[in-house]
Ligand binder design. Sequence first.
Ligand code: F6P
Length: 319
Amino acid sequence: MKKIAVLTSGGDAPGMNPGIRAVVRAGIYHGLEVVGVRHGYAGLLRGDFIPMTLESVGDIVQRGGTCLYTARCPEFMTPEGQQLGFEHLRQSGIEALIVFGGDGSFHGALRLHEMGIQTIGVPSTIDNDIACCDLTIGFDTAVQTVIEAIDKIRDTATSHERTYVVEVMGRSAGHIALQAGLAGGAESVLIPEVPYQLEDVIKRLERGIARGKKHSIIVIAEGAGSGVEVGQYVREHTGLDVRVTVLGHVQRGGAPTATDRVLASRLGAYAVNLCMAGESGKMAATQNGELCAVPFETVFNSVRAPEMSVYQLADILSI
Ligand code: F6P
């Protein structure tokens, strides 16, 4: 093997930069030529390739976002788009492609693998909604960002004796809401994986008020409903002074935590090793802290369920 490429795809995740750095530096260390594909699969369709050097990934280990840019690319979901991407890789003499992204990005990587390009995926999404791995790159940082926001909201909630609804990201998964809700001491955590009744949320609030509680925080995952609508419901049914914060894309930014930097560095370097060993159509992951390669099909056929013991604990502690 002489030449590999790396791209980032889908929503960016803090830790992608240290991951790219690890691919480039480990690749060069092993004597490979490393190419960066800019703007994810959209760049693959345009042949938007740049040579990567040791220097080109200097000073990015601490930065959020991705220096290779990213995109969501519906065109790459079509057979024509995949053929074009395949041809650009072949024409450039690229034998293997390392893809940082989530589930959708891995489907594109699987297609290229089936067409004869070696591909390795590296799980990168703040949502943590990829199965068969301990953790996805970006999740730890996103949870930290949400906790910091909740702590700040709690300050003003306490001062004004208000109830806050905080809507967090996660697409159709509740992992961010659950972790941040527990760590942020939320009174209620609403996630898509567990059906809920707003009457129960109200009862919980009223129990708190009866005990003398003057402020409350409800965390809702975007996949479980609209924070604005929950806020309106609570306001109408309690008369409480309710405010709603939709945290939005702030959750995708910021310097990656040490956990994300270490994970991204390990997985990026391991992805290079897998390419050199001739592996393909697999996700580089850690399971119980150990590096391993999981076939994409296995990943697609598995679901990461939220830890119910954590959900129950959040429920108990917010009584
Ligand atoms: O997958 C990451 C994520 O941030 C989700 O949590 C969110 O639903 C989505 O991406 C937002 O996507 P976009 O940046 O395209 O608005």
